[in-house]
Design a protein around this ligand. Structure first.
Ligand code: OAD
Length: 234
């Protein structure tokens, strides 16, 4: 049974050098999401969309996890499958830090997907519209990320975990994108304690029982230490 569900967003990777979306100078300040993060955008201009994700894939491949990613891996190492880490992030910094029970609800930059046959494989550093699917050979390959207007991955598993969790935590997310922004209310309705860890109060801050403000690299380690101190050992 899942005892703790943790939702992470772009803020947890900010101190690893990966830009957030909605902070000043963030990705949505320099790109219109309608141009690069919808199925319609990809249909209109696949070259531009691939360029956007190729650049992000290369940046993410060079990034290293920070103390917040490592603290969550430490929590999982002690609590095992009692912890479900749900991330909106498409980078692999949780896995690089050692977390294994990670659900990428918005997909992964490291993945490629054929939108004709649904085959998935490891994305090359540079994807191009003329690439063909290794399974069906169609020229219909796309980054394996979830775009606006598409259904996030793993919703059944997430909803099940939220319904049985004793604790829900959201880290480094602005609470502006659903369904993730609604998880706090779902968890609360099922009786979970709730905590937000973020640089500043998010859009959904008032829904949390507790808000801790600061840099993820500092506040997440402290929170994990407290949790581990409260777990009976041995
Ligand atoms: P946002 O860019 O919307 O929010 C990032 C949050 O992280 C903000 O609330 C910041 O205050 C906080 N933050 C920034 N630096 C931080 C730090 N060092 N420590 C802690 N918090 C920090 O990113 P998300 O909420 O992840 O979806 O965005 C959600 C979704 O919107 C993304 O998955 C993406 C985007 O459009 C798709 O592309 C489908």
């Amino acid at each position: 049974m899942t005892r703790i569900v943790i939702l992470t967003g772009a803020g947890i990777s900010a101190e690893s050098g990966l830009g957030t979306f909605r902070d000043a100078g963030g990705l949505w300040a320099t790109h219109r999401l309608e141009d690069v993060a919808t199925p319609e955008a990809f249909h209109r201009d696949p070259v531009l969309v691939h360029q956007f994700y190729n650049a992000r894939r290369q940046q993410a491949a060079a990034a290293i996890p920070n103390a917040a990613h490592k603290a969550l891996a430490r929590l999982e190492a002690t609590m095992g499958h009692d912890v479900l880490l749900v991330t909106q992030n498409v980078d692999d910094l949780h896995e690089k830090a050692g977390s294994r029970n990670v659900l990428h609800m918005h997909g992964r930059l490291a993945g490629a997907l054929c939108h004709v046959c649904g085959h998935r494989w490891i994305a090359p550093p540079e994807m191009r519209p003329e690439d063909s699917c290794p399974s069906c050979r169609a020229n219909a390959t796309r980054p394996d990320v979830v775009w606006f207007g598409e259904y996030p991955h793993g919703m059944d598993r997430i909803e099940q975990a939220l319904s049985e969790a004793a604790m829900f935590a959201a880290i480094g997310t602005s609470g502006q994108v659903y369904p993730a922004a609604g998880f706090v209310m779902q968890a609360r309705q099922c009786g979970a304690d709730t905590v937000e860890l973020n640089l500043e109060p998010s859009e959904t801050s008032s829904a949390f029982a507790q808000t801790r403000l600061g840099k993820a690299s500092e506040i997440v380690s402290l929170w994990v230490d407290e949790l581990l101190d409260s777990v009976p050992q041995g």
